[in-house]
Write a protein that binds this ligand. Sequence first.
Ligand code: IMP
Ligand code: MG
Length: 172
Amino acid sequence: MPDLRIILTKEKIDHLISEMAQKISRDYADRHLVMVGVLKGAFIFLGDLARQLTIPAEIDFIQFSSYGNKDTSSGDIRLKKDVSCDIKGKDLLVVEDIIDTGLTMQKLVAHLATFLPNSVRVCTFIDKKERRKVEFTADYVCHHVNSGFLVGYGLDYAEKYRNLPALYHLNL
Ligand code: IMP
Ligand code: MG
């Protein structure tokens, strides 16, 4: 049996998402919002967040190389799937599952900037500070944790546990 300890219940997550959606709906009321989900981990967060917005939004996805089957970033981050919408002049909101070392976000934001959007901000479900390797601050954070490996609500370990409805700490 995997050693899972609950961090956020489904009810707590629902509450965090609706608060975040209200904030984003206010901040982007007069903007041309494009949500850019980071595959694969952000697919559930983006789906829930997008459905709670009260403003129009375009949806796109991007994917960078991941951990493989390990629990730490290799630091060798490559683009696997690019955005497909025309994002020039638009207000991009990157939607990410978790920021850890910050290396992925640093690379991803620099990549999106080459398309000359009007603005780029980052919304992450979880901000995990302990292993930061580069200075990176997300604009919107649902929940902060210091350390540990988390799974569920889109987050995986070796492609498992993404479909769990709550967020857990996995004892590796
Ligand atoms: P970073 O480049 O180290 O910030 O890595 C970010 C990516 O690593 C996230 O988008 C996740 O896919 C993955 N990741 C980092 N920490 C965890 C975790 O605790 N659980 C699951 N995936 C994680
Ligand atoms: Mg990710």
